[in-house]
Design a protein around this ligand. Structure first.
Ligand code: ATP
Length: 285
């Protein structure tokens, strides 16, 4: 049996730079892994032939539509090996279709575990499979704070990142990423402050400056369509956060608090309003 805890992510910065001929979008983004919010992936021999998958969470398919299943199939296909008898168990902590990259993280975890066990593929092979499964999957092969361009696959880990105190507010409804990309044009916001400013602020561990650079080009359309998310964003700020924004394509909203006590106090305020929340401190690198 092999087990891996695989984290979620937020995009502290997400600028959609162009639409590509293949329908995907070029982006400039800053990924931050959130290890305190992780799915648990377990691989074990299956009782029957081929693949099986179990996951108790609502909205997660347990067949070939699951990104973790597709990762396992692609791994053995590229290695030129028959599918072994393999059972994948997924215990989800990450919100489903929540903008924290849960499915992508699960897929990358399966690739990592299989290559630890079998060692059949190179890192470049794994990156190729990951990208074919989804734009966020390559980041989760080695989840550490990183800038990314292309569709999110041209990754540059960042040299230094101080602690951030984050508060999360979760919502139960899913927002398909494709919807967010398609509808963003009607709600364009001014140009973001340059990513270099965010990187300098992060290196200093200056939460206030990081907060001033938070940007998500998908967020205006999402908040317009789901006013509840604008309300929770305001609640996070009223609760003491320096900034709050939708993570990726939502609906998870994160807030940046000035310190651990403020993050805890903000979390308590949100819990009183009935909002499911969690607090985390991101690690320094
Ligand atoms: P991103 O931030 O990359 O847009 P997300 O966190 O918003 O991703 P996911 O949790 O990856 O979204 O789920 C998107 C959809 O993918 C779900 O609605 C679900 O049907 C499907 N899916 C496939 N595999 C998984 C998985 N392992 N975990 C969760 N959802 C999965």
């Amino acid at each position: 049996m092999a087990v891996l805890l695989t984290p979620g992510k937020i995009n502290l910065f997400l600028d959609v730079t162009s639409r590509r001929a293949d329908g995907y979008h070029d982006i400039e983004t800053l990924f931050l892994p959130i290890p305190s919010l992780s799915d648990r992936i377990e691989l074990s021999p299956s009782t029957g032939p081929g693949l099986s998958l179990e996951c108790a969470s609502v909205g997660v398919p347990c067949d070939e539509r699951n990104l973790a299943w597709r990762a396992a199939e692609a791994y053995f296909r590229l290695a030129g090996q028959p599918l072994p008898s393999l059972h994948i168990r997924i215990d989800k902590n990450l919100p489903v279709a929540g903008g924290m990259g849960g499915g992508s993280s699960d897929a990358a975890a399966v690739l990592r575990l299989l290559n630890q066990q079998h060692g059949l593929l190179s890192d470049a092979d794994l990156r190729g499979i990951a990208l074919a499964i989804g734009a966020d999957v390559p980041f989760f092969l080695d989840p550490r704070p990183a800038c990314a361009t292309g569709v999110g696959e041209e990754l540059r880990p960042i040299a230094k990142s101080g602690k951030l105190f984050l508060v999360f507010a979760f919502s139960a409804f899913p927002i398909p990423a494709a919807w967010a990309y398609k509808n963003r044009m009607g709600h364009l916001r001014g140009a973001p402050r340059p990513l270099s400013g965010m990187l300098a602020a992060l290196a200093e561990g200056d939460g206030e400056a990081v907060a001033a650079h938070v940007f998500n080009g998908l967020a205006p359309a999402i908040r317009h369509k789901f006013p509840l998310l604008e309300r929770v964003r305001r609640d996070l700020i009223a609760g003491g956060c320096l900034a709050a924004e939708v993570s990726g394509s939502g609906p998870t909203v994160f807030g940046i608090a000035p310190d651990a006590a403020a993050a805890e106090a903000c979390r308590a305020v949100l819990i009183q309003t009935g909002w499911p929340t969690s607090m985390t401190v991101t690690a320094e690198v």
